[in-house]
Design a protein around this ligand. Structure first.
Ligand code: IDP
Ligand code: MG
Length: 139
């Protein structure tokens, strides 16, 4: 995996609200190429592992139950400077603080149900992509 890739999840609230198509349209329009993509549901164990960095946070149990309550869309995306460019596209963690036009501003409900995930570093993009996809599933 090159440093031009990032990892995303359209979280359960986005799938429940029927926002998959609208969010993918924003991602496409911003010039990201889809390298891998699937509809999947995380188990409790998956979510606890994926978010293990937050295990001591007060919102950890809430986060795990939110992320496991229904299907997500997991994807690997490619663009120059993908990690940083994608974080700009999704906006701040709290949609109330997110810039106009960002995916979280447009589609998120709250700081906990915030529509979409984006990796925060190149190293985590690689770890998170491999969590969901094998090398032969990445094009
Ligand atoms: P990020 O998704 O913008 O990188 P992180 O701080 O890594 O934000 O938090 C991971 C996820 O945990 C958030 O996307 C959100 O779903 C949830 N979360 C973060 N902070 C809070 C909080 O203060 N209350 C409830 N949930 C939170
Ligand atoms: Mg994060």
């Amino acid at each position: 995996m090159t440093t031009n890739r990032t990892f995303t999840m359209l979280k359960p609230d986005s799938v429940e609200k029927g926002n998959i198509g609208a969010i993918l349209e924003k991602i496409n329009s911003a010039g990201f190429r889809i390298v891998a993509m699937k509809l999947t549901q995380m188990s409790n164990k998956d979510a606890r592992n994926f978010y293990s960095i937050h295990r001591e946070r007060p919102f950890f149990d809430e986060l795990v139950s939110y992320m496991t309550r229904g299907p997500i869309v997991a994807a690997v995306l490619e663009k120059e400077d993908a990690v940083e460019q994608f974080r700009l596209l999704i906006g701040s963690t709290d949609p109330a603080a997110a810039a106009a036009g960002t995916i979280r501003k447009l589609f998120a409900t709250s700081i906990s149900e915030n529509a979409i995930h984006g990796s925060d570093t190149n190293e985590n993009a690689l770890i998170e992509s491999r969590f969901h996809f094998s090398e032969e599933d990445m094009f």
